[in-house]
Design a protein. Structure first.
Length: 417
């Protein structure tokens, strides 16, 4: 079992390149099911979640070649529209294949995803939307069994779920007639999926707004597409720079995808400079407390809440953080307290009282973003060593993060016990 060892005291300095977004690449891979020709994706990150989706698609007959950062997905000999539990349980995003399978085959059998450490993430929004498109849904032995001819409909989502929006976009792209989906997710990854689907021949408009209109087409072809840069990875490196009182430039980043986050960093005292696809962050005068609430995009991303909490542990003053997206996303707080942080939890609100410094300690990662937050905390510590266990969480969404932080001057390494 791997561990990541971190020793603080070194301000991060230099330049780091952002990889392609995992949260964009996964639905893009699922979208390849819809085509009659190969789809080529560039800037694909090398991550455990990508490999998990690869296995699911390959199990169903997708031919996949992954060389460097280019992935070719050939659906021409695609076989069975069934995603088994032993594969789906490893990653909730694998449920994205449901909409594409129904659109291509008129039927699908997909295992319900397993539990999630940060919240319940119900799939009822997905299923309700598919039923509105004419799909008959039943649940048997832990599987969603779907069957029916897709027909356009007007659908209003109960919550702007990213996964449900993506599943319904893929299904409706080949539905008969026009589909209008309101109260949809507005995340940049939604727009990226729309770009690929339109390149394949779909007719989708409104992605990035709260109303998406889809004119169904009979068939889709292949396409070549560059995966969107990972805004969460960009934000993580920017927080690490500010937390260590360093000076880091993040390349291949899109500032417009992080509006509220960058505003809050500046409010906390960071200096932020944006030059095209480069974002530079430094904290020459220290950090002060700020309050924020997580919201669906374009609000403060829940996937950056844990990292920001870690930064505020050593800020001047008292910060209040309200988590409105997932009900159990403060699991990093207990581990940060082990390192000397002063954090009180009251329901979905965290009260963070800034302390002078953190100290190294053995900690345990509980989820993807919490593990990144603990790595930042270790870099902030003014003495001692932080040993992070269960780092398989961090490998789901950050490619060799310890090597890249080390390239910026961080004293961090991976060890195998």
């Amino acid at each position: 079992m791997d561990k990541i060892l971190v020793r603080g005291g070194n301000p991060l300095k230099g330049t780091v390149q952002v990889r392609g977004a995992k949260n964009a690449a996964l639905p893009l891979m699922a979208a390849a099911i819809l085509g009659e020709e190969p789809v080529v994706l560039h800037n694909v990150p090398c991550l455990h979640d990508i490999f998990s989706m690869d296995k699911i698609l390959a199990h169903m007959g997708m031919a996949i070649e992954f060389t460097g950062r280019a992935m070719t997905l050939d659906p021409r000999n695609f076989g069975t529209p069934e995603a088994p539990y032993e594969l789906v349980r490893k990653m909730r995003a694998s449920f994205f294949v449901l909409g594409s399978l129904i659109a291509r085959f008129g039927r699908a059998k997909v295992s319900l995803p397993g539990g999630c450490a940060i919240g319940t993430r119900p799939v009822d929004i997905h299923l309700k939307g598919l039923e509105a498109l004419g799909v008959k849904i039943c649940i048997e032995d832990g599987y969603v069994i779907a069957d029916g001819k897709l027909k356009g409909a007007n659908i209003a989502l109960d919550f702007p779920s990213v996964g449900a929006t993506e599943n319904l976009m893929m299904a409706a792209s080949k539905a008969e007639g026009i589909t209008r989906i309101s109260n949809v997710a507005r995340e940049p990854e939604i727009e990226d999926l729309a770009r690929l689907l339109n390149a394949m021949g779909a007719q989708i408009s409104g992605a990035g707004t709260d109303l998406i209109t889809i004119v169904g087409v009979d068939s889709l072809g292949g396409a070549e597409h560059v995966v969107l840069p990972d805004r969460i990875e960009a934000g993580t490196f920017l927080v690490a720079a500010v937390a260590t009182r360093g000076d880091v430039t993040v390349q291949n980043a899109i500032a417009d995808d992080l509006p509220v986050f960058l505003d809050k960093l500046e409010e906390a005292g960071a200096t932020i400079e944006v030059h095209g696809t480069k974002i530079r962050a430094a904290a020459p005068n220290g950090i002060k407390a700020v309050d924020f609430s997580t919201r669906p995009h374009p609000g403060f991303a829940t996937d950056l809440q844990a990292q920001m909490m870690t930064l505020l542990c050593c800020a001047e003053g008292v910060s209040r953080i309200k988590e409105t997206v997932f009900e159990n996303r403060f699991m990093q707080a207990a581990e940060l307290v082990r390192m000397g942080a002063d954090i009180d939890l009251d329901g979905n609100t965290a009260i963070v009282r800034g302390v002078k410094s953190l100290s190294g300690a053995p900690v345990m990662a509980s989820d993807l973003r919490a593990s990144a937050a603990l790595a930042i905390a270790g870099l902030m510590a003014d003495h001692g060593e932080t040993a992070i266990s269960r780092v398989y969480h961090i490998d789901r969404g950050y490619e060799r993060i310890e090597e890249r932080l080390a390239s910026l001057g961080g004293d961090i390494e991976r060890v195998r016990e």
